[in-house]
Design a protein around this ligand. Structure first.
Ligand code: ZN
Length: 381
């Protein structure tokens, strides 16, 4: 299945088995960066290491057998599908004893790893989701316009429009009177066409929840066109493209992805700076693992901000599902807390579950100085 939505992560995070562990498998299968041989080799190593990890695990035979079955099935699946798979990454979640099996093709490469835990390890999926925006791209010149949907590295043409707008005055006429009339006629024609393009843009944009608009437009028509655009759409224009309607789809995609990456970096920097300024003036923000988990437990988090690949063990209350850095006992219900492999992963899941925004920040960033993790709050805690 193709990985494409937050809902998929949320559903996956809901799976939990009382008696068995779940295997989460991530493989970097980026054929543009690695040869097939290298991918197969890294897969083999990964499976071998994980197998010996299960052998040494302090768990019941039943539990271990279920994990061995997971690894076998993952191995079979990869040997059947890896050569035909053209995605940059693969994720599989399996709990054989519960007949639980899900796989996702990923648009960008994850770190190759296998994790055995009480529930699926979804953090890399959330990080991939955060990397992409739904982009509406429009290219236009005087005669032609094309609209595209770009999401997770893929592009599709939404619509195109062509109109025969004459480009220059062909005949002079009596004392230039005729040519002036024709010029006016062309200007009106051009204006009407831009207006039509603006209307189609609005209609297409409404169909989907787009985050950003990228616009490729000849300089001389730009201000006329934007003046005709709905103010809401104008506010969504986040980037300018050099690509024109006559250029290939591949060119447009390449330029758009580059732009998306730059904008994403700028966005991350801006989030971290905003968080720090809020922290320093004692506003609605928190930082550090302990404080952030506490605010998350209280339901006070609005936007959860975390450094990519930052992970740390922690503890969770089996009853309240509260998360802690190191509390042996839940302060709320006094139960003994359980050890979790990666408390950050649990926190990302909890944040998604509570409808918080989750922002993953590339390291190194200024967030490192604040414990690599933080949050914007709904209210002061
Ligand atoms: Zn509790």
């Amino acid at each position: 299945m193709k990985f494409s939505s937050r809902r998929q992560v949320e559903n996956l995070a809901k799976f939990q088995s009382e008696d068995f562990l779940t295997t989460s498998f991530y493989l970097n299968s980026d054929k543009s960066k690695m040869r097939k041989k290298e991918i197969v080799l890294s897969l083999k190593n990964l499976l071998r290491q994980s197998k010996s990890q299960v052998e040494q695990m302090d768990a019941s035979k039943k539990k271990k057998d279920s994990l061995f079955k997971d690894l076998d099935r993952i191995n079979r699946f990869c040997s059947q599908n890896l050569s035909s798979n053209n995605f940059s990454g693969l994720a599989i979640f399996s709990c054989s004893s519960q007949d639980f099996w899900q796989f996702y093709n990923l648009p960008s490469p994850p770190r190759s790893r296998i994790i055995f835990d009480k529930n699926p390890y979804v953090r890399p999926l959330s990080a991939i989701l955060d990397k992409y925006h739904r982009i509406f791209a429009l290219t236009l010149d005087r005669k032609e316009a094309k609209w595209y949907d770009i999401f997770m590295g893929e592009i599709s043409l939404l619509d195109s429009h062509k109109e025969d707008v004459p480009s220059k005055v062909k005949e002079g006429g009596w004392e230039g009177y005729e040519s002036k009339r024709i010029e006016r006629h062309i200007a009106t024609h051009l204006h009407d066409n831009l207006k039509k393009i603006a209307q189609i843009t609005f209609k297409l944009f409404k169909r989907n929840h787009y985050d950003w608009i990228f616009l490729g437009c000849r300089e001389k028509y730009c201000s006329d066109f934007e003046a005709l655009l709905h103010p809401y759409l104008k506010s969504k224009i986040k980037g300018r493209l050099k690509t024109m309607p006559g250029d290939s789809q591949t060119t447009l995609l390449r330029e758009s992805l580059e732009l998306e990456k730059n904008l994403k970096n700028q966005e991350e920097d801006a989030i971290v700076l905003r968080l720090i300024s809020e922290l320093e003036k004692g506003g609605l923000a928190i930082s550090g693992l302990k404080q952030t988990l506490r605010s998350l437990n209280q339901g006070a988090v609005q936007t959860f901000v975390v450094t990519r690949n930052f992970s740390q063990p922690g503890r969770m209350c089996p009853k309240c599902r509260f998360l802690f850095a190191d509390e042996p006992k839940c302060p709320s219900c006094q139960r003994k807390t359980e050890k979790m492999l990666d408390i950050i992963d649990e926190a990302v899941e909890a944040a998604m579950d509570k409808n918080c925004e989750v922002k993953h920040i590339a390291s190194p960033s200024k967030l490192n100085r604040y414990g690599k993790i933080g949050a914007f709050l709904r209210y002061k805690t």
